[in-house]
Ligand binder design. Sequence first.
Ligand code: ADP
Ligand code: MG
Length: 328
Amino acid sequence: MQIVRDEFSFIRSITPTNRFQQQLTIGIGDDAAVYKTSAATEQVVCVDAMVEGIHFRRDTLSPFQIGRKALAINISDLAAMGANPMYYLVTIAVPESWSEYELQDIYAGMNELAELYKMDLIGGDTVSSKDQLVLSVTAIGNVQEGHALKRSSAKPGDVLFVTGPIGKSAAGLELLQQKEIDNSFTDVERSCIRAHQEPEPQISSGTYLASLGKRIALNDVSDGLSSEAMELAEASNVQIVVDQEKLHPILPDLQDVDHSQKLHWLLNGGEDFQLIGTTSEETFAQLQKSGSITLFDIGFVRAGNASVIMKSANVETLLAKGGYNHFS
Ligand code: ADP
Ligand code: MG
């Protein structure tokens, strides 16, 4: 159904009626938002954009899921810094082919995560676009001063860890592209599809790791494991060794799929939004013992040129930076 477009009534319709953050003084409705900060914390800010046809397709994600994912991507970046989410802003470029109801569904999807993480929508911009929908989300959080977790903190001798399964989202996307969305999926297949459509950012793990005040390198897995591990290796100038024998518990659990295909999804897929990091053996052992967080040991760090190596038995292979790269 074609509906009349009115930017102002649209903005009114997506303006939150309640607020979570006490520090927010002025939200949507003025020229800019205003919030108080406290001396003991640092502000953490990130932005990520999603473009129709490049980052999402309307036949594999609903408008609700597109909105949810656009915010999830940013919450995941905050998680990778160890930050608590607080605010977000949204710029949306809208072509004629999207109805106002669909736009409101996009905001409903973002709102689902915003409620979960107590984030306030504090502004944005609404513009028109020729053919594709573009959604850019800016997220703001905070972290205790000096506690942000950087990619550059890895040291030789560290354990390489991840917070959960990787490659499930790529498996889910493949399943959606192979089969029509119907009832013929198994439970495991469904869980992969869910990982693609409604990913869960790892805020509780990120904030817990930052709260410890230990040396921990951290990154989120938005592209494949190989490219994320490479980002850690480059920022820290170390060699990262992934132990293939330790990957079993984090590979997609699909029975009829070859091991090599699962490994490909894990290394080169993307959008899992788990966290990957390194820390000393001592801190890792303490983390495992504490039981407050689930971490999978998948390798180690050693001195050498910035690179990522896959070790299987006694064979070592240099991994190409094979994750999705927008300029390749
Ligand atoms: P201005 O001309 O000052 O940029 P706008 O009419 O663009 O004002 O926006 C009015 C208010 O609505 C501002 O608070 C702005 O941040 C907010 N806003 C505009 N578009 C969006 C959007 N797509 N999502 C969230 N907030 C929005
Ligand atoms: Mg504006």
